[in-house]
Design a protein around this ligand. Structure first.
Ligand code: DD3
Length: 317
């Protein structure tokens, strides 16, 4: 990771990025609707429309998120030029609005553009339902569904082939069968360790998910666990025992990847119905090579997901 950015550098960086991120200008986005928001997470998911020259707007998803405090900026917050406006006062208690310089008040912004209907759907708030998927269900329902979908994972190949984010790679084991790339996830701005989030993406193509894993993959999984942890410890000075290393089932993309998050961070997707600790996965495969082909796996699906419909049609739920 680069040294934590100074306030000054951040300012310069901002000016660079104001130009265009892949030809993207926020001033050309008009708000269509709010897809979802969370007061707790301080996030809002927007459906925007980008006004193209031809007149017909193209859809975009814009995700805004207030970021955690950075300790090294706190003394800056208390300087005389920050305005403290009294809201109310009662006995020894008082509350204020603190107006800080824009450089200390960044909003993390993620843009998906152009966005498809699927992207928009993904961020709409929905009811969720638990599915218990047997090994047979996987073969008969889930696998055919995955194969019928055309999820693009070009961004994954771009990372593996150094066509994108190459300068962000934290560690790489280049072995085609048992190697991987370790890189900060999109969700993490790398400015504080509180919400540390990295992903290890394996070089080998064709391992879709946990369901494909057998004892044959143990060397790969052990490399990811050992070398991935070592690399995070070395780069970020956090203890290996303070890392949560796990796979998602269902994953959000079907190319094997492993999540590394700070144990103290209640990361999205680390709940029991989705996360499988890599150390447990390794143990299971050592006990039984076919463990993940046989086992019933539980996961949640949103009401609007086509896979849920397939499970309903098969008499589940
Ligand atoms: C994604 C799951 C995927 C929207 C959004 C994110 N980490 C990524 C492209 C590059 C990345 C990720 C799909 C997509 Cl917000 C739709 O995530 C990514 N690069 N998670 C990194 N480093």
């Amino acid at each position: 990771m680069a040294e934590p950015l100074s306030v000054k550098r951040k300012h310069e960086e901002k000016e660079e990025k104001n130009g265009a991120a892949g030809g993207f200008l926020l001033s050309e986005v008009s708000l269509r609707r709010v897809l979802r928001e969370s007061a707790r997470d301080k996030t809002i998911f927007l459906h925007g429309q980008v006004n193209s020259a031809s007149g017909d707007g193209t859809d975009a998803v814009v995700i805004l998120e207030k970021t955690p405090f950075q300790e090294e900026n706190i003394s800056e917050l208390l300087k005389e030029y920050t305005k403290l406006q009294l809201q109310m006062s009662n006995d020894i208690y008082s509350t204020y609005h603190l107006y800080v310089p824009p450089e200390l008040n960044e909003i993390k912004t993620t843009v998906v553009y152009p966005a498809t209907e699927k992207h928009l759907q993904k961020y709409l708030r929905q009811e969720v339902y638990l599915i218990r998927e047997t090994g047979e269900d996987y073969k008969n329902i889930t696998l055919p569904f995955i194969q019928s979908q055309s999820f693009s994972i070009q961004w994954v190949y771009n990372i593996l082939e150094k066509k994108a984010e190459a300068d962000r790679i934290i560690y790489e084991n280049p072995d085609p069968a048992n190697g991987f790339v370790l890189i900060p996830d999109f969700k993490w701005n790398q400015k504080q360790l509180d919400d540390l989030y990295l992903i290890a993406i394996c070089h080998c193509r064709g391992i879709k998910s946990l369901r494909d894993l057998t004892a044959e993959h143990l060397p790969l999984l052990k490399n990811i666990l050992q070398e991935g942890k070592e690399a995070v410890v070395k780069r970020f000075g956090i203890s290996g025992a303070q890392l949560r290393v796990y796979l998602h089932y269902q994953p959000s993309y079907y190319h094997l990847h492993v999540h590394f998050t700070a144990l103290s961070y209640d990361a999205p997707g680390c709940s029991v119905e989705r996360a499988h600790l890599l150390s447990d996965v390794i143990d299971h495969l050592e006990l039984d090579s076919q463990y993940y082909q046989k086992r019933t796996l539980t996961f949640a699906l949103r009401a609007d997901e086509p896979l849920l419909k397939r499970f309903q049609e098969a008499g589940h739920l």
